[in-house]
Design a protein around this ligand. Structure first.
Ligand code: MOS
Length: 744
């Protein structure tokens, strides 16, 4: 798709269409689930477990019950039986298979042990603090590195092909014969998504139909999961998630508290709202698991990579095996003919970790792209030239072509914009006028170009209103804008006339929106439906059809019909028709990166400048240049914003964010925004974003690939490589701490 016409009055170059939801958002008109204040609304509060593992021996809710305004206190003793919603990666719907209150079991610190419902939030929270729980505690494992934590080979515990080790050629033999080798270990901590909008649920029953308003990336999964948990027909459940204040994977599946809110609402015959606290979000929703990486590379003297072995240990929970996929990308970053990827899972007593933006790709790229930089230095090669010299021409694993691959252009374009040619190779060789050490670093990233099935309808009324319904969730990434712009252009309608229903199970089947497949999934059927509608009107109009510039609305009005409507159903290349059954059943149905005739990946290159204050060693990032290959750019304004956000996330991951664990107690210590340190505006310098912009027409008719996650892949290693260039010090543990640099 070419750039949409600029419709703003201020003609910002290459800005693209304004966000269709921008004005409502900045004026506070947008209503989120937590804003709900419908008549009769009751308020819920969760009571967290104070132990990390064991069981409840006694629970006393009498003091809580006596608080004025309390309507009920649900515990495992009185909640009644309800089913599990299952685990997303095990055929179910939840971020984990464990659903609190189904038994007396405690699986992790912070797990809910009771739900209080009251007339006011204040009463609910006061009463929640008065619930008295006695526990029997059992030994637990809090961290990846605990003595009792035992790695399990993923390929053995999850014996399906999609979880298998990746291997091509003879990596060990090639390593043994390589002229130059590096052998390096990296560690990354657990981290938590902290979207501005915390998780909130409003449940209401009317005539036996349950309506749930909850920010989710997976309304259909929540719907079917709840139906299973409550033992009712999916037709009796509707889930509305029109706008999220950030998802980042934390909201990608059924939460373990949602059914409890619905059960309370049913029992009390009143709508019930639960808004988690920030601290509860750290313990009741998913997070990025801690991981360890062992990378070995071999190269010949000419600077050709001949072998790579990437071994990953990733944290999971006691009750679920959250799989690791990091080697999916490190096997494709370069054209290395001998590659071994191996993933292991380590059980710990936490809620099940999950998908946090570039969940595997960011950690894997941190390790691999740091090692690549070390190899470039070991060979005395410029890090950009070394990467270009090892680019892949086909997928090393499958031998299939890439649907498109322009990572070399990302590197070339980025180095020109950044001024890489002025870099001097030696560590510590560049200084700022104020005496700061200057470091310039580079890294690349890739992320699968996945696609899910979708059904879209476009309806035009004689009033001029266009209604679009499709599967997809607007998390702030700009999907609604991209859809509105696409439909408006196809129909010759103003963007403002297009209403886009997203995240609404009443409007269209809602596939999980994650894995950066949202735009490539929703836009093709939306465009096709709009084109069909236009064709239909043209055919109907006969001779007027040849007029160029004629709008759909003019044709509709001339036709005398009250409305025109068209539908389109699209699925990923190679997917069977039955995949629509998974879509309507609320199950994950995305395909990729391996398709019948090609593999699909998005790419990016990041160039980072760091400045390090020579005595305090304070690290600043004044400048980043990022160039992405995401195929055609569907919505330039929101695409650029996605990359800027990804870079900020990378800066956070490299220099700030860590979820601290006290191994004596489990849980997460710094469970608030004061102590979970994220970059703020003052930490962010200039971020220049550019795109290759070449459509990937093998993947879909618009040529779009994903962008939201590849944006952050490679930022952290580019920063760490820049810190090495500034100081000569290789740091292999994130986030970087000032004390790591103080002794140098
Ligand atoms: Mo994203 S981490 O796949 O929601």
């Amino acid at each position: 798709m070419a750039n949409p016409t600029i419709t703003t009055k201020k003609n910002i170059p290459r800005a693209g269409a304004e966000r269709v939801d921008a004005h409502d958002k900045v004026r506070g008109v947008t209503r989120y689930a937590a804003d709900d204040a419908r008549p009769g609304l009751l308020h819920a509060a969760l009571v967290p477990s104070r132990i990390a593992r064991g069981s409840i021996t006694r629970i006393d809710t009498s003091a809580a019950q006596r608080v004025r305004g309390v309507r009920t206190v649900l515990t495992h003793e009185n909640v009644g039986s309800f089913d599990t919603g299952g685990f997303l990666m095990g055929g179910g719907f939840g971020f984990q298979s464990f659903y609190p209150l189904r038994s007396a079991q405690i699986a992790y610190r912070g797990q809910s042990v009771a739900v209080v419902v009251a007339d006011t939030l204040e009463a609910a929270r006061e009463a929640a603090a008065l619930v008295v729980v006695a526990y029997e505690a059992t030994p637990f494992v809090a961290t990846l590195d605990a003595p009792d934590a035992e790695p399990l080979a993923q390929t053995a515990v999850l014996p399906q092909p999609m979880f298998a080790d990746r291997r091509v050629g003879d990596p060990e033999g090639a390593l043994a014969g390589a002229a130059v080798t590096v052998d390096l270990r990296y560690t990354l901590p657990a981290q938590h998504q902290n979207p501005m909008e915390i998780i909130a649920t409003v449940a209401e029953w009317e005539d036996g139909v349950l309506t749930v308003r909850e920010p989710t990336q997976n309304a259909e999964g929540v719907r079917h999961g709840l139906a299973r948990q409550l033992g009712i027909e999916p037709a009796k459940v509707q889930v509305l998630s029109p706008t999220l204040g950030g998802g980042f994977g934390q909201k990608n599946s059924l939460q373990s508290h949602t059914a409890l809110v619905a059960i309370a609402a049913r029992a009390l015959q009143r709508p019930v709202k639960l808004v988690m606290t920030r601290a509860q979000l750290f313990h009741n929703a998913s997070f990025r698991p801690a991981s360890r990486h062992h990378v070995r590379l071999g190269a010949d003297r000419d600077g050709r990579l001949v072998a790579a072995v990437h071994e990953i240990d990733q944290q999971t929970s006691r009750h679920d095996l959250f799989p690791s996929f990091g080697t999916e990308i490190t096997s494709r970053l370069y054209g290395i003919g001998n590659y071994q990827g191996r993933e292991r899972l380590v059980r710990t007593d936490v809620q099940t970790p999950g998908y946090m933006r570039a969940p595997f790709e960011h950690p894997a790229a941190f390790a691999f792209e740091s090692a690549i930089d070390e190899m470039a230095y070991a060979l005395g090669r410029d890090p950009v030239a070394f990467r270009l010299a090892n680019d892949a021409t086909a997928d090393p694993l499958t031998g299939k072509p890439f649907s498109s691959r322009h990572v070399a252009e990302c590197l070339i374009k980025g180095s020109e914009t950044f001024g890489w040619a002025r870099r001097t190779m030696a560590p510590g060789s560049m200084r700022a006028p104020d005496g700061s050490l200057v470091g310039w670093g580079v890294a690349i990233g890739t992320y699968k170009a996945a696609v899910a099935p979708a059904i879209a309808t476009v309806r035009l009324n004689t009033s001029g209103t266009v209604r679009v319904a499709v599967g997809g969730h607007e998390m702030g990434q700009g999907m609604r804008t991209a859809i509105a712009v696409t439909v408006a252009r196809a129909l010759g309608a103003p963007v403002a006339a297009v209403e886009v229903a997203l995240g609404d199970t009443r409007a269209a089947p809602q596939h999980l929106t994650a894995g950066s497949w949202g735009t490539a999934t929703a836009l093709p059927p939306v465009l096709e439906a709009a084109q069909r509608l236009m064709e239909d009107l043209r055919k109907n109009a006969g001779s007027t059809a040849s007029e160029s510039g004629v709008t759909a609305l003019a044709l509709l009005r001339a036709s005398g019909r009250p409305f025109a409507e068209a539908e389109s159903r699209r699925r990923a290349p190679g997917q069977p028709e039955q995949v629509f059954g998974r879509l309507t059943g609320g199950l994950p149905a995305a395909a990729g990166p391996v398709y019948p005739d090609f593999v699909g990946f998005s790419f990016i290159a990041h160039f980072v400048e760091v400045r390090i204050e020579p005595t305090t060693r304070r690290i600043r990032v004044p400048r980043v240049v990022s160039v992405a290959d995401c195929g055609a750019v569907a919505s330039p304004r929101t695409a650029r914003s996605q990359v800027e956000g990804g870079v900020v996330w990378g800066i956070g991951a490299a220099l700030r964010e860590v979820s601290e664990v006290d191994p004596r107690y489990g849980g997460f210590l710094n469970a608030d925004l004061a102590e979970y340190v994220m970059p703020v505006a003052a930490d962010i310098g200039r971020i220049e974003v550019d795109f290759v912009g070449k459509p990937d027409l093998r993947l879909n008719a618009l040529g779009v690939k994903g962008l939201g996650e590849v944006a952050m892949v490679g930022v952290a290693p580019a920063i760490v490589n820049a810190v090495f260039h500034a100081t000569g010090k290789r740091l292999r543990r994130l986030p970087l701490m000032l004390e790591d640099l103080l002794d140098s």
